[in-house]
Ligand binder design. Structure first.
Ligand code: KIV
Ligand code: ZN
Length: 460
């Protein structure tokens, strides 16, 4: 990262200290002191300063280095671009009809997303109709239609979007050498011209034009910057930097966005968008790295649906942004709707959610190990960073298995109306373990049978 003289002056008195610099409003600097203790580094103090000219006084043995780009950003709202109905729906087995799509679009609008990508109008009459019906149905959200860098695609998208209050054409072309050579048998110069042309065509129809540089994740940064500068000059209002193959590591994707922020002279005329696929399980991490580096839109899907291993999961990025308020970002998404909409999408598409899926999986708020259950019952925050009602999930569950302890057992008995004393719980626990070793999970019926037997013994 380039540190200019102003930054060095700010760091002058901080030599031997650790400083993490975050891109943020008001040139905010975040400072971490790290004590060296028996070769391990321990974070001992952390605070933010709203001014670049500060002094740090410390006698601990620490180091200084800035990370991330430094740029004054005036708007830290992250625009949520939902592509469940396009990138999510194109997955085998996830096909929806028009009325199902409209029902989901209305819920996405209520959820508070900023843009709904409603489909790829040229791809089929059904998709065309869905984009048209969604454009008529929603009011407070941009409706987006996908197209290739082909005039007919763009005209068809414009036609499908003509009733939308805020129509957006999403057009673009592959920019990596893999795409340029294998897909198009072309040259970088030709692709650059086609990119400019498609944006100009789209601008004849809509004020919001989003350009995607397909496979930007594997595109040479210098060439990518050249394309992005040219499409913004041609009228693109949003520039999408897809990691189409899910290849990048978070620092690489973040560096790519930072490179564009620092090397595209007209970048302030457009919003940078992250569109990350999950082939290495990094889609969410990459999107967050992207916004930390300067992007202000995330393309994502409910339940992380999408091509192959899926897209960035909407519920994950929204909750990361909420949980990590120090990043200074916000979205307009209403978190308590996250679980209901996850179920709606899963049921309508008949696509089950994996039980351990963050935020919306059936196990996301279940505790099954005895150590965790004991801590959770003393204070939920020992093992939960999010309260289930914050994301519209059912209450936290204590699952009884052979790994559960006495406190979880006593708790579940109390829930069933049995308040046993310590000795009774000890006796019941031995019997419980026998059942738990036979069954995977001990159910309320098993506990009631144990409780009745115990009451019978007590009465005799
Ligand atoms: O993954 C991708 O590159 C895409 C583009 C069409 C935006 O879905
Ligand atoms: Zn995609």
């Amino acid at each position: 990262m380039h540190i200019d003289s102003q930054m060095l002056a700010a760091f002058g008195e901080c030599r031997n200290k650790v400083i993490y610099v975050f891109e943020n409003q008001l040139f905010r600097l975040q400072i971490c002191f790290i004590k060296k203790r028996r070769n391990t580094h321990t974070l001992s103090k952390k605070y933010a300063v709203e001014d670049a000219t500060f002094t740090v006084r410390t006698n601990t043995n620490v180091f200084i280095y800035p990370i991330g780009p430094i740029k004054i950003m005036s708007n830290n709202k992250i625009h949520i671009f939902d592509t469940t109905l396009r990138d999510g729906e194109q997955v085998p087995g996830c096909k929806l009809n028009t009325s199902e799509k409209v029902a989901i679009a209305l819920q996405l609008e209520a959820l508070g997303v900023d843009i709904i990508e409603a489909g790829f109008p040229i791809s089929s009459p059904g998709d065309f109709q869905s984009v048209q019906e969604i454009s008529l149905a929603v009011k407070d959200v941009s409706v987006c239609g996908l197209s290739r860098a082909v005039q007919k695609d763009i005209e068809t998208a414009a036609e499908a979007l003509k009733h939308a209050r805020r129509p957006r054409i999403h057009t673009g072309i592959g920019t990596s050498d893999y795409h340029i050579k294998a897909k198009f048998n072309s040259t970088r110069e030709d692709i650059l011209q086609r990119a400019i042309q498609c944006v100009k065509w789209a601008r004849n129809y809509t004020d919001e034009v989003e350009f995607y540089a397909e496979d930007a994740g594997r595109t040479d940064n210098e060439y990518l910057a050249q394309v992005i500068e040219a499409v913004i000059a041609a009228g693109a209002t949003v520039v999408n930097i897809p990691d189409t193959t899910g290849y990048c590591l978070p620092y690489q994707y973040g560096d790519k966005i930072a490179y564009l922020v620092n090397n595209v002279p007209n970048i302030d005329k457009a919003i940078i968008s992250c569109h990350c696929h999950n082939d290495l399980g990094l889609a969410t991490a990459n999107s967050i790295a992207g916004v930390i580096a300067g992007a202000r839109q995330i393309e994502c899907t409910i339940n992380g649906l999408g091509e192959r291993a899926g897209n960035t999961s909407l519920e994950e990025v929204v909750m990361i942004i909420r949980q990590h308020g120090h990043l200074g970002f916000h979205t307009d998404v209403k978190a308590p709707m996250l679980n209901p909409i996850s179920r709606l999408v899963s049921d309508t598409m008949r696509m089950p959610v994996q039980p351990n899926k963050a935020i919306v999986g059936s196990n996301a708020f279940s505790h099954s190990s005895g150590i965790h259950q004991d801590g959770f019952l003393k204070d939920a925050q020992t093992y939960e960073i999010i309260a289930p009602d914050e994301v519209g999930a059912d209450t936290s569950k204590i699952i009884l298995t052979a790994r559960s302890g006495r406190s979880a057992l006593a708790y579940r008995f109390r829930k069933l109306g049995y308040d046993f004393n310590r000795d009774e719980v000890d006796k019941l626990y031995e019997q419980f373990l026998q059942i738990a070793d036979e069954k995977k999970e001990v159910q309320d019926e098993d506990l009631k049978a144990l409780a009745v037997a115990m009451a019978g013994v007590e009465m005799n």
